[in-house]
Ligand binder design. Structure first.
Ligand SMILES: *Cc1c(COP(=O)(O)O)cnc(C)c1O
Length: 340
């Protein structure tokens, strides 16, 4: 296979076919060994439950090139555990953590030519997923399953990196109160495509989803988690059973408390009380930390720190997080798993 000719500085977040991906098949009660394959297409039954009934879930994590040439995975055990919870919610067989980590390692090592260099700001995004396949018609769990991990080199998800982005409060819900909001499943994303397009057509980066029960509390920022910094310097992030429990969100909660010495709060964030925050951001593996410039809610537009400049606390959180991921800042115990 020929070495890819990639301009690392202009990478966005879009699909690029890399050399090899991991593929494992579940049949008769067990996962097979799995193989690395050069084929980026799946051959599955037209009756696959993933196609008709949304029986599928996925993960997203990144591999980072360090200054010394080694490769870091950031808290991949958290992604393994979340994939297990998503699979369980959709009646799919789970992937043991060791098997998940091993598949991620294999895929990174097989595609090292695609790993953006240290200092480029890019990373190798890993996309593990599990889908229900096999001949089926009725609404029930699939007879067979596939677990795959592919990878794509990526830059920043929201163009502009640490430049603030504006968001608009959506009139749609992304998940039901006791539905699948806390599972990383495709169905939630299918529901978010139209609201996302409407937000972008109006010039916003994405939309803000409120809690589906009362429509008064902020839950998510597109496909990232919300956080705010209060006037008295507290780090606040919403708590709700329909929020996707992000690894980045969880890491920022810990870094805000342990490294920045901030008080942290997981609690309701009311959309009509945004002036309690002097900074706000969206966080996730793809988004990393994207400062929120302002939020449009009906005919009101609320600006946090600034529409053009990142706030000081958001900047410190970003530096701490990305420093740990690329190995420049000492990581809390167990957060970094070396690939090589
Ligand atoms: C994946 C995801 C996030 C971010 O989770 P990370 O583990 O930080 O990448 C946030 N919200 C939604 C809806 C997601 O699907």
């Amino acid at each position: 296979m020929s070495r890819p000719n990639i301009d690392w500085t202009t990478l966005g977040f879009s699909y690029l076919r890399t050399d090899l991906r991991f593929l494992s098949h579940w049949r008769d009660g067990a996962w097979d060994e799995g193989v690395l394959t050069g084929d980026n297409c799946l051959h599955i039954s037209e009756g696959s439950a993933a196609l008709h009934y949304g029986q599928q879930c996925f993960e997203g994590l990144k591999a980072y090139r360090c200054r010394d040439g080694s490769v870091n995975l950031f808290r991949p055990d958290r992604n393994a555990a979340r994939l297990q919870r998503s699979c369980a919610r959709l009646l799919m067989p789970t992937i043991p953590t060791e098997r998940f980590l091993d598949a991620c390692r294999q895929v990174v090592l097989a595609n090292l030519d695609y790993l953006p260099p240290y200092g480029s700001g890019g990373a190798l995004y890993l996309r593990p997923f599990v889908i229900g396949v096999g001949d089926n018609l009725g609404v029930h769990s699939a007879p067979e399953f596939l677990f795959s991990v592919f990878c794509v080199p990526v830059g920043a998800y929201f163009k502009g990196g640490l430049t603030p982005t504006n968001f608009v409060v959506s009139r749609y819900d992304r998940a039901a109160p006791n539905g699948t909001g806390a599972a990383k499943v495709g169905g939630n994303y299918a529901a978010s495509l139209l609201p996302g397009r409407e937000a972008r057509e109006r010039g916003f980066g994405d939309c803000i989803y409120l809690d589906p029960e009362t429509h008064t509390r902020i839950e998510e920022v597109g496909s990232a988690n919300f956080f705010g910094i209060t006037r008295d310097g507290h780090f606040v992030t919403p708590r709700s059973p329909s929020i996707l429990p992000g690894v980045t969100r969880d890491s920022l909660l810990s870094l805000a408390r342990e490294r920045l010495g901030l008080e942290v709060e997981e609690r309701d964030v009311f959309v009509d009380r945004l002036d309690e925050f002097v900074e706000a951001g969206a966080c996730g593996t793809a988004a990393v930390i994207t400062p929120i410039g302002g939020i449009q809610n009906g005919d009101r537009f609320h600006v946090f720190h600034s529409e053009t400049e990142v706030g000081p606390v958001t900047r410190r959180l970003y530096d701490e997080l990305t420093g740990i991921q690329s190995g420049d800042v000492e990581a809390p115990g167990g957060w970094i798993v070396k690939v090589e």
